[in-house]
Design a protein around this ligand. Structure first.
Ligand code: BGC
Length: 456
């Protein structure tokens, strides 16, 4: 996972001192806002919601409220797969989503894999810390499908969830992360994946998606919520100067379109990954980001199952920062709520009424990074707000835990093929194992620094 930002380029664009007048796209009002309320010439302060008024270019100010329903644009025909691609077509299910927040009325299915990691970790600890550590297994955390070989486990989990539902009468959500793009993690090294574009990557990816869709289709009674491809679209917004990212652009879009279409057809609720406040939340990145996400929404068939976007996945930002971390200086959107409140109206203007989920698994302790772009096993992190639909913001469906706390972000071994320099920075906890593998000492700190504390 890379949490990249084009910070230096942007620093040149943002004023060092707070201006009396807000720049175009900046915030100019809303509950709790204490900054400038007038806008630079050529822009108008426009109320987007109770929390957020924004300086929109005069040409972009809507004459009426932004659309709240999905556009009727027909989905584009699916890009032809390469010759070796599987021949099965989209599942024919016409599942109709329940309106509203997909988390309401459901409990979470708990990942048996994460539970086994956590109980092994707790067994190495003593006293009340061990008790707290053990109870992390009861906090819902997303299940990552970062290799095609793991997909058969999904059927097992869905069967298990289905049986639990039958015995308790409580409906369950199985939360998954779809994370296996060819040439994955194009701007970094730590999470490079198993597929390459050169070697049949698109067909392999389509097969991976087909397997997930087939598993889901077998258990229509279980709700599945998926986060789609962390970092990938954000990399296409800011990192096309990285050769691997520009080379992957078309394939990423084709593969994600395929995932959106196939998973919508079997009724998976999806949130496309949208980086975080310190990445796409910079004012200059918001509008190109909104354009790309709206484009993907339409490409995916404008399905109501494409519920919206996920932010802060595997990152450390606060949903609402008590005060801005000094490393965020220059970005008016210094926390996830500010970022979401700024992005949502732009998406709405493009016909995508996106809702959000926000990761807080490792956001319990703030002001621990030297640079906002530092993402690898940041030292001193603690577990954050536990998953809830009580988010305080109608744009946010749920606070979620996506990164399984205790799994590493990347190795600090400089001779490893997937070594990324971020994992060797002085604010990165070391020595650290390969991405996705257990990092005991890191987990213990997440527990001891948890805010709010983990119940024993
Ligand atoms: C790794 C994945 C892992 C995920 C969750 C990512 O950084 O690349 O392999 O499943 O984190 O720990």
């Amino acid at each position: 996972m890379a949490k990249f930002q084009s910070l230096l380029a942007l620093l040149a664009l943002v004023p060092v001192l707070v201006r009396a007048q807000q720049t175009v796209w900046g915030q100019c009002g809303g509950i709790g806002w204490t900054g400038a309320t007038t806008c630079a010439s050529g822009s108008v302060c426009t109320e987007q919601n109770a929390y957020y008024s924004q300086c929109l270019p005069s040409s972009a100010v809507p004459s009426s409220a932004p659309p709240t329903t999905a556009p009727t644009t027909a989905p584009p025909t699916k890009t032809s797969p390469t010759t070796t691609s599987p021949t099965n077509s989209a599942p024919s299910s016409t599942a109709t989503p329940a309106p509203g927040n997909p988390f309401t009325g459901f409990e979470w299915y708990l990942s048996p894999y994460y539970a086994s990691e956590v109980s092994a970790a707790a067994a190495q600890m003593t006293g009340s810390a061990a008790q707290q550590a053990a109870s992390v297994a009861n906090i819902p955390t997303f299940i990552w499908f970062d290799q095609v070989a793991k997909v058969p486990q999904l059927s097992t989990y869905l069967a298990d969830a289905s049986a639990q539902q039958t015995s308790t009468g409580q409906k369950l959500i199985v939360p998954i992360v779809v994370y296996d793009l060819p040439d994955r993690d194009c701007a970094a090294a730590a999470s490079n994946g198993e597929f390459t574009i050169q070697d049949n990557g698109q067909a392999n990816y389509e097969n991976y998606i087909d397997q997930i869709a087939a598993a889901v289709a077998q258990y229509p009674d279980v709700r599945v919520v998926a986060i789609i491809e962390p970092d990938s679209l954000a990399n296409l917004v800011t990192n096309l100067s990285v050769a691997e990212c520009s080379a992957a652009e078309t394939t990423y879009k084709t593969c994600i379109t395929y995932a959106l279409q196939q998973l919508a057809a079997v009724g998976v609720y999806m949130y496309m990954d949208a980086g975080h406040a310190g990445w796409l939340g910079w004012p200059a990145n918001l509008s190109p980001a909104a354009e790309l996400f709206a484009q993907m929404y339409v490409a995916g068939g404008s399905s109501p199952f494409i519920r919206g976007l996920a932010t802060n996945v595997a990152n450390y930002n606060a949903l609402v920062a008590a005060t801005p971390d000094p490393i965020t200086q220059g970005n008016p959107n210094y926390d996830e709520q500010l970022y979401i409140n700024a992005l949502a109206p732009m998406l709405q203007q493009q016909g995508f009424s996106a809702q959000f989920v926000v990761e807080q698994a490792r956001s319990g302790v703030q002001n621990i990074r030297q640079q906002w772009g530092d993402w690898c096993n940041v030292k001193g992190a603690g577990f954050g707000t536990q998953p809830t639909t009580n988010t305080g913001n109608s744009l946010i469906d749920a606070i979620v835990w996506v990164k399984p706390g205790g799994e590493s972000d990347g190795t600090s071994n400089t001779s490893a093929a997937r070594y990324d320099y971020h994992c060797g920075l002085s604010d990165a906890d070391q020595p650290s194992p390969e991405a996705g593998t257990w990092f005991q000492e890191y987990f213990q700190t997440l527990v001891s620094q948890a805010n709010p504390p983990i119940p024993a």
